[in-house]
Design a protein around this ligand. Sequence first.
Ligand SMILES: Cc1ncc(COP(=O)(O)O)c(C=O)c1O
Length: 389
Amino acid sequence: MIDALLNLSAYCPGSVLDPVTREPITLERLEQALPPSLAALELSGEHWIPIPDDLREVFHGYRPTPLFEATAFAQALGTGCRIFIKDEGATPSSNHKANSAFWIAYHCARDGVREITTETTGNWGIALATAASRFGIQVICFIDEASVAARPDRVRLMEAAGARVEVVGPDTDDDSFDPLVLSANRAVSYTGKRPRSRYIFGSVYTYFIVPQTIVGLEARQQLGEVRPDVVVGSCGGGANLLGIAGAFLTEAIEYGTPTDVVCAESELCPIVSKGRMGEYSIDDQDFYPRLRTYGLDHLLGDDAYIGGLGSTIVAAPVARFHADGLIRTATFSDEEARSAAELFGRTQSRTVALETGYQLAAVVAEAERRPSGNILVNISSTGRGISYA
Ligand SMILES: Cc1ncc(COP(=O)(O)O)c(C=O)c1O
């Protein structure tokens, strides 16, 4: 059982900024936006964060998640590579977001928060509502119209998990405006000064990424003597990628043990390959902390739905590790993601979400590129209720 998690933000000090002064933010200012425990974590320079006992018990209820070898998928690809799958579809919300959701709900409850507002394209809302119900916290999910149209079951699943759902329509002439930012903005204004309500973002921030690192830490233990040559994760805000790859990235930094870490992204949102280093915010109200990291001005086109990979801001450690050459990118079309997900579904009898399709497309590319080697990837969601048609 894992009893401490990695804080990858310790490698990028000073990246959390005051939204108004643009100077490194003080704890006092951060506590205006975040519950005290999460604010302290956001600024922590510790490399390891212990898991509180009560949360260990919660995690123990569904972790470790299974790790299996996808032999039929590898055979269909005709590759000499071994493909190992860490199954985050086996969480209570059927996606990797559950790990952060329980962590956040637990700390919010401890800090006296009674209501959490958030933006989501679906998966995060389901995970947060599931976790918050356990701690007696009301969740309000803001979701954009395109996500509701693409995944009509999501609203029902969030409501079934106990959330109130607000659908956010476009309020701009710019069709390529990031729907996640739109929903985040709406959620931030709603939260305002509601006394026991806090806005929580569904990726990017340290409070979200630390609990995801359990995925890679567990996978490393489960693999035993087998060492992955390549670790693949899809990247929206970066928590999924840092979750599966974090343990291997820190080994590379601390001990010089190289692992090829591949960030799979959508060609409509090439956040890591084309993102520019700058100071970015998830709202335009100078409320939430600004981050020094990679960002994009907007999505590149609106002709395909990319769900949770449509984030125009990425976690600071992703930007840092990419700039340092520890992470490389692989960019895929919607077609390539769907076809990889379909092949995986046919060969392994498992459905996965579209976002997972992007990381499977990167696995396909790797398997074609190298004659042999061990590839590690996670299922970030089962894509419950999603059709590829
Ligand atoms: C199924 C799935 N996979 C991957 C991602 C990307 O995760 P992150 O935003 O942490 O990079 C998301 C985000 O919503 C998702 O829902």
